[in-house]
Design a protein around this ligand. Structure first.
Ligand SMILES: Cc1cc2nc3c(=O)[nH]c(=O)nc-3n(C[C@H](O)[C@H](O)[C@H](O)COP(=O)(O)O)c2cc1C
Length: 391
């Protein structure tokens, strides 16, 4: 039997195979954040398609941390009944489900959250959201860490198998970890230890709100691609080592932030579709920006593998989940056999082929996703995530 179909443990959580559905914002919740029937259908189908562990899209732990208008919420107890149904839909098909907990920090806009976005520092306007955030106070920081803990408690109440703390893609925790975004000189910045503190405190708060058997994972950036160094692979390895010491059950490695966002999902730049989500006044500048990006983020197979190799030794046996451009079954198997990763995580291939894992088991070699990123363009335009590719 291929290692791809052998079971694996993340802490006490046993997964039937090595495949993970990577967090994928669906733009399918209600505006209030509640789970919809469409969302249940999506995950029921994915679980039926064979993937061992499902992470739905990032769930916001506080209204101020909502990243897209139709993202799923875990910010209030009112969300629990819908989240329970989501867990039920996956469990009924023999799958496992872990909720990704997120706060957007500066990577959102007032039109979505009704207030000026906040971040560790009020560092200048970014090129895409055009947001110069307000600097978080000590009280903001404490409240947000508590919000992560309360959200974890809701995940437990909904019956989820674990949580994943989102510390990647330039969102709030990644902002604290980054020497570029975090210019604080108090105990939350100024040194790597201090920049790690927000994630460490969040981890402890989350743990304190969960039964011991529930898995706690982290999605960690290995490269922010900011104009000056943010998180880089050696710094990510340091953070991964500290996470291992804290007792983390698994780390998924990714890359990209609002600077060079398409590093998160390397592939095509669907200019026309991405312009649809922009206000009319922003379109000329956005067109120029997007045109200039074309060809610069082409898909490379396993584009996070080199960074994973830097991070892996620091994890000292804690499972590493590799995401980003994983497309061929034989290559995935090789990566696992060589010990560079323990699980393979997929987003876009499973948008196109929800039953891809079953197909791999039947002998299919390669995902048919061409990484055109029209699914991403749809998501930012508040359209339900699905494959919009014409090929
Ligand atoms: C439509 C879309 C939505 C995404 N939403 C999230 C998300 O909510 N949380 C997250 O951590 N990553 C998100 N990602 C990134 C994916 O999880 C993944 O890291 C990236 O797409 C690379 O993997 P792939 O080559 O298998 O698609 C999203 C990607 C896409 C295409």
């Amino acid at each position: 039997m291929s290692i791809l179909f052998s079971p694996v443990r993340l802490g006490d959580l046993e997964i039937k195979n090595r495949f993970v559905h990577s967090g994928t914002t669906e733009s399918m919740a209600q505006e209030s954040g509640e789970v919809t029937e469409a969302l249940l259908g999506r995950y029921e189908k994915l679980a039926r398609g064979g993937v061992g562990l499902i992470m739905p899209g990032a769930m916001y732990v506080q209204p101020s941390g909502k990243h897209f208008r139709l993202a799923t919420g875990i910010h209030s107890d009112d969300m629990i009944p819908g989240l329970r149904n989501l867990v039920g839909a996956v469990h009924a098909q023999g799958g496992k489900i872990v909720f990704q907990l997120n706060h957007a920090g500066r990577q959102t806009v007032k039109a979505i959250i009704g207030q000026k976005p906040m971040g560790p520092s009020a560092y200048k306007r970014d090129p895409a959201y055009l947001v110069k955030p307000r600097e978080m106070t000590e009280e903001d920081i404490r409240e947000t860490i508590h919000a992560f803990g309360r959200a974890a408690g809701r995940a437990a109440a909904a019956g989820a198998d674990g949580v994943q703390i989102h510390a990647a893609h330039g969102y709030l925790i990644n902002q604290f970890l980054s020497p570029f975004f975090n210019a604080r000189s108090d105990s939350w910045g100024g040194s790597n230890e201090n920049r790690f503190r927000f994630l460490a405190e969040t981890y402890k708060e989350v743990k304190a709100n969960l039964p011991a058997e529930m898995a706690v994972l982290v999605k960690l950036n290995t490269n922010d691609f900011t104009p000056r160094d943010g998180v880089t692979p050696p710094l990510a390895a340091k953070y991964a080592g500290w996470l291992q010491q804290l007792g983390i059950d698994g780390v998924e490695v990714s890359q990209g932030s609002i600077y060079g966002m398409m590093n998160v999902m390397r592939g095509g730049i669907p200019v026309k579709e991405m312009l649809e989500s922009q206000a009319a006044w922003k379109r000329p500048a956005a067109w120029f920006l997007l045109k200039g990006m074309q060809g610069k983020f082409d898909l490379e197979e396993a584009y996070n593998l080199a960074a994973a190799k830097v991070v892996k030794p620091a994890l000292e046996g804690v499972p590493l989940i590799l995401v980003g451009g994983m497309r061929r079954a034989s290559h995935m198997e090789e990566v696992l056999q060589d010990g560079h990763a323990d699980l393979i995580s997929l987003s876009r291939p499973l948008i196109r082929e929800p039953d891809l894992v079953n197909k791999f088991e039947e002998g299919k070699e390669e995902a048919s996703c061409v990484s055109c990123n029209k699914c991403f363009a749809a998501m930012i335009a508040d359209k339900p995530v699905r494959c919009y590719c014409k090929v």
